[in-house]
Design a protein around this ligand. Structure first.
Ligand SMILES: [Cu+2]
Length: 108
């Protein structure tokens, strides 16, 4: 009887644990912070490959923000490979989890 009870409790615990893990799936981080990509055009103000950042004087990004000068993070240093201060550029900005990350940038 004691062994049976123990086994039963163990089985219940395992089931509860699996259920708890299973429940986290759909409501996890992948749920609502979907990245969105936007086209961006503007002029490079400065480039900082070491910090993986670029300052752009960008034009309106429809659906995202008005024209302004601001710093962007870049996804990879390579994004900054072909551009330097003063260049007129076009690229893509990813808006994800409240952050803006440039994923592509090239001279126009
Ligand atoms: Cu901006």
């Amino acid at each position: 009887m004691t062994t049976t009870l123990k086994t039963l409790i163990q089985a219940l615990l395992v089931t509860a644990l699996m259920f708890a893990i299973g429940c986290q799936g759909p409501s996890g981080p992948s749920g609502k912070d979907q990245a969105k990509l936007y086209d961006v055009t503007g002029t490079v103000v400065s480039v900082d490959p070491g910090k993986k950042s670029v300052t752009l004087d960008h034009q309106d990004i429809p659906g995202l923000m008005k024209a302004m000068t601001m710093d962007f993070s870049v996804e990879d240093e390579k994004v900054l490979g072909g551009v330097s201060a003063g260049d007129k550029v076009a690229g893509k900005v990813k808006h994800e989890g409240g952050k803006y990350v440039v994923t592509e940038l090239s001279k126009r």
